[in-house]
Design a protein around this ligand. Structure first.
Ligand SMILES: CC(C)(COP(=O)(O)OP(=O)(O)OC[C@H]1O[C@@H](n2cnc3c(N)ncnc32)[C@H](O)[C@@H]1OP(=O)(O)O)[C@@H](O)C(=O)NCCC(=O)NCCS
Length: 217
């Protein structure tokens, strides 16, 4: 059994950054002995309110991505930026500098059989993933998201809180599924698309398209 915690740096001081810290704290609590030692949070341009909220929890801002390059070369990183395209861009930069990504699954998420979680993904509390599901790299499953059987999510997909992907759905890279949205079974959602909060997607969605409403258009 592992007894020494690995160092980790969270990239992104915003809301999802702090939710990711919740996941890390829960993983540590669940493991009995700390699995991760958080060195701090990296953000190029953090809002003052985000820094205040981090400081209130005892977490340090280590500076921007470039300033923190030295620490990023020795610690694990998790890119906790909600916007998929920004996440993908920063991850590509970090990968080029040799950073190693951590994969974080909250102990109170439920993962079914034959589920693969791509490197760098973050799965929050209350998520339910059914059977035979493939999550790409750096997929974010926000609290309470539901991913149905035989679904495949591409790299840097974000599924926002309470969204439901029915069975056999395919979502391509960097697409954002809004809070509380539903994607019906068997549908294909392209890359770089946005599904509005509370939408009900009843047809395939092309690359780069924004859809909203019920049914989503
Ligand atoms: C659909 C969405 C991408 C549109 O963003 P946008 O282009 O910036 O839209 P705007 O806020 O300028 O609104 C444009 C119009 O769409 C409407 N609209 C916005 N979001 C909508 C939604 N989810 N469903 C239905 N209509 C929506 C607005 O009321 C507005 O209507 P109007 O022109 O009649 O006044 C965005 O509102 C959304 O739902 N994103 C997901 C957000 C989410 O999941 N948040 C949770 C974060 S954890």
């Amino acid at each position: 059994m592992k007894t020494v915690a690995d160092d980790i740096v969270v990239i992104g001081a915003g809301g999802f950054g702090r939710e990711t810290l919740d996941v890390i704290e829960a993983v540590n609590a669940d493991a009995g002995a700390p699995r991760w030692r958080v060195l701090g949070v990296v953000d190029d341009a953090p809002a003052a309110i985000h820094l205040e909220r981090l400081a209130a929890r005892g977490y340090r801002h280590l500076g921007g991505v470039d300033a923190a390059e030295r620490v990023l070369s020795t610690a694990f990183v998790v890119v906790a930026i909600g916007a998929p395209a920004v996440r993908a861009r920063i991850a590509a930069h970090l990968e080029a500098t040799g950073a190693t990504s951590a994969t974080l699954v909250h102990p109170r998420a439920v993962l079914g059989s034959e589920v693969t979680v791509g490197v760098g993904s973050v799965v929050c509390a209350g998520v339910q993933v059914s059977t035979n599901v493939r999550l790409g790299r750096r997929v974010h499953l926000n609290p309470g998201a539901i991913v149905g059987h035989d679904t495949v999510l591409g790299d840097d997909v974000s599924v926002n809180p309470g969204a439901v992907l029915s069975g056999e759905v395919r979502v391509s890279e960097r697409t954002l599924v809004g809070a509380g949205a539903v994607v019906l079974q068997g549908l294909r959602v392209g890359a770089d698309a946005v599904i509005g909060a509370a939408a009900c997607v009843t047809r395939d969605v092309a690359d780069g398209v924004v859809v909203k409403g019920v049914p989503a258009r």
